[in-house]
Write a protein that binds this ligand. Structure first.
Ligand code: GLN
Length: 237
């Protein structure tokens, strides 16, 4: 994915996160302001969110994904103002050369309660062959590895994959319904902490001076108790 965002906090509409801000993911899909790789994000998009009132016995996130650009999804635009969540991961995609163009290649990927988005690229040869991945896109294979290792090992997994492929870019964004986890490894990420909650985004969705840039090679954890930034090099091996 080339631009992603996450929200943890008071439930809010998906429209207020994805469509309405002046530099929302919708706008970033044709006019990103800080993108280093690629110019438009028109190769699909997706959003995963944890329902405010989940069905009994079904704590999994709901997803809406498409192989079309976000601006070409009027049905989503019609429901987004009434879908609310307090834990969201969304992304717009600029496909890496040679990767499949299909809905199942669009983040967020999921496994059980977890969601994961990948902004970057990685040589699939350094990833373990995984059966049952959603797509053959590099990001889906990486997601399978992250899910197999567990979200608590996210920083260690990124360090390991980054060592195996020094050209990899590994900005990941994950959620489990109660927290967000993210890494910076080769691309941009910003954080906005407000009284309502915390947003992580590849680039700010507006010009609020409260947005802060996350340094490269950092593990970010957002819980209801606050925000923690840890240099990935300082994580226990
Ligand atoms: N490599 C991933 C893909 O092809 C993500 C691309 C990106 O971040 N621009 O979908």
């Amino acid at each position: 994915m080339c631009r992603h965002l996450g929200w943890l906090g008071r439930p809010r509409t998906l429209a207020s996160l994805v469509l309405e801000p002046p530099s929302s993911l919708l706008v970033q899909s044709w006019a990103p302001r800080r993108q280093r790789y690629g110019t438009v994000n028109a190769d699909g998009w997706g959003v995963g969110f944890y329902p405010v009132d989940p069905a009994p016995g079904r704590p999994m996130p709901a997803r809406w994904r498409s192989a079309r650009p976000l601006w070409g999804d009027p049905s989503f635009a019609s429901v987004a103002p009434v879908l609310r969540s307090g834990c969201v991961v969304a992304a717009v995609r600029s496909a890496t050369a040679g990767m499949p163009l299909e809905e199942s290649a669009a983040a967020p990927f999921t496994d059980g309660r977890a969601l994961l988005s990948h902004n970057g690229r990685v040589d699939r040869a350094v990833l373990p062959a995984a059966r049952d991945t959603e797509s053959t896109v590099d990001s889906a294979l990486l997601a399978a590895l992250v899910f197999a290792r567990g979200l608590d090992a996210l920083g260690a997994t990124v360090a390991e994959v980054g060592a195996a492929d020094p050209a990899a870019r590994l900005n990941l964004l994950a959620a489990d319904g109660t927290r967000l986890l993210a890494t910076t490894w080769g691309d941009t990420l910003s954080v906005l902490v407000t009284d309502e909650g915390t947003a992580l985004a590849s680039e700010p969705w507006d010009d609020d001076p409260a947005w802060r840039d996350v340094p490269d090679r950092t593990l970010v954890e957002v819980t209801p108790d606050g925000l923690t930034l840890t240099p990935i090099g300082e994580l226990p091996a």
